[in-house]
Design a protein around this ligand. Structure first.
Ligand SMILES: [Fe+2]
Length: 363
């Protein structure tokens, strides 16, 4: 980030620190705000000409800002970028053995939860499209978004939703202590490497036990999120009733995001196939069936950009998802074999085409 004079701010800049009025300390613009012409007018109106912090490209390098701009409103964009910046800082500081700013992470989660309460559908969409290149950071953010949105859909209390979202963000902090060569290994892990990776659960718990602002429910998630109801998980091989509710919930978001993400050793599994894998884990008593059913009801099966084959054979791409009808997205036709000559572009809103359905998801 860099410090600049406020009158040098321009539309599109992202504030890396809040701007408060010099005299009254009134908050003028929040950290993370993406500057618009209205914001510039507001600063002029308050006669504010001080300094401010703006994010530089490298602060948000690795985030697909084009897609983020397309999907979210300013508040959601701010919440998402805050999560990215704080996840990155937590990981980098832990790797270097420096203290981590848990207070800021907690504040960030509060803002994210506000957005989940307002529009969980957009939040789920943000998780589904994978906006961050780095898997570890992307996974921390996505698990927080998925699990927070699920908790909201289950009508949990605000405090529970905050704790669950916070647990999602921190569940894998122990990975900062695992060698990068192992975490990023493109081949299968050896048994020794796998047992080193498994230590991240206990290491995460120990890291969080040193943080006063983290409560025990959140710490237990770091410790238990790889436990499975049938006793096949780690580190302790606990059974269903011994695993905390929050850990069972985060486990679902964790597995789903891992499956639907590109990994260094395999490509992503398509959303509907991932849903089937989660259900199979329920029949094996590994995951909590009621929670998985609720999760599958709300996740975005057709993220923006998904290419699909329609029931009439046309190849299309998802360009918009309706909040109330997520299974009937708006599509752009990429190829139309049903017309002579083969190609015809066009837009199909599946809500107004009830006889058409998605036959296959390609990517
Ligand atoms: Fe993990």
């Amino acid at each position: 980030m860099k410090e600049i004079k406020v009158n040098h701010l321009k539309v599109g800049d992202i504030l890396a620190g809040s701007i408060c009025c010099d005299h009254s300390y009134k908050l003028l613009l929040n950290k993370g705000t993406v500057i618009t012409a209205e914001h510039l007018n507001k600063l002029k109106k308050y006669n504010y000409y001080g300094l401010c912090l703006v994010a530089e490209e490298r602060d948000v390098a690795g985030v697909r800002l084009d897609l983020l701009n397309q999907l979210g409103n300013d508040k959601i964009k701010r919440a998402y970028l805050d999560m990215f910046v704080i996840s990155k800082s937590i990981f980098e500081n832990l790797e270097k053995g420096n203290p981590i700013n848990i207070e800021l992470a907690k504040e960030t989660v509060d803002v994210v939860v506000e957005q989940i309460m307002d529009s969980s559908n957009i939040v789920l969409q943000l998780a589904a499209v994978h906006l961050v290149d780095d898997y570890t950071l992307s996974h921390m953010i996505n698990v927080a978004l998925y699990s927070g949105a699920l908790a909201k859909c289950l009508n949990y209390s605000i405090q529970d939703i905050k704790d669950i979202c916070f647990s999602g963000l921190l569940h894998d902090v122990g990975k900062a202590k695992i060698p990068k060569e192992i975490l990023r290994k493109p081949d299968s892990l050896t048994p020794e490497e796998f047992s080193i990776t498994k230590k991240h659960a206990e290491q995460g718990y120990q890291i969080l036990c040193q943080e006063e602002l983290v409560n025990d429910r959140v710490r237990q998630v770091a410790l238990q999120h790889h436990e499975r109801g049938d006793g096949s998980g780690y580190p302790y091989g606990l059974h269903h009733q011994e695993i905390t509710l929050f850990s069972r919930l985060i486990a679902i978001a964790d597995v789903y995001d891992a499956l639907t993400s590109d990994r260094c050793y395999r490509g992503r599994v398509l959303p509907h196939e991932s849903a089937e894998i989660l259900m199979a884990d329920c029949t094996l008593n590994r995951l909590d069936t009621e929670l998985v059913k609720a999760f599958l009801k709300y996740i975005i099966l057709y993220p923006l950009g998904t290419r699909v084959i329609l029931s009439d054979g046309r190849l299309a791409q998802v360009i918009k998802v309706h909040a109330d009808f997520p299974l009937r997205p708006v599509l752009e036709i990429l190829e139309d074999d049903t017309v002579e000559g083969g190609h015809m572009a066009g837009i199909v809103d599946m809500i107004s085409e009830p006889t058409i359905f998605i036959k296959q998801i390609l990517s």
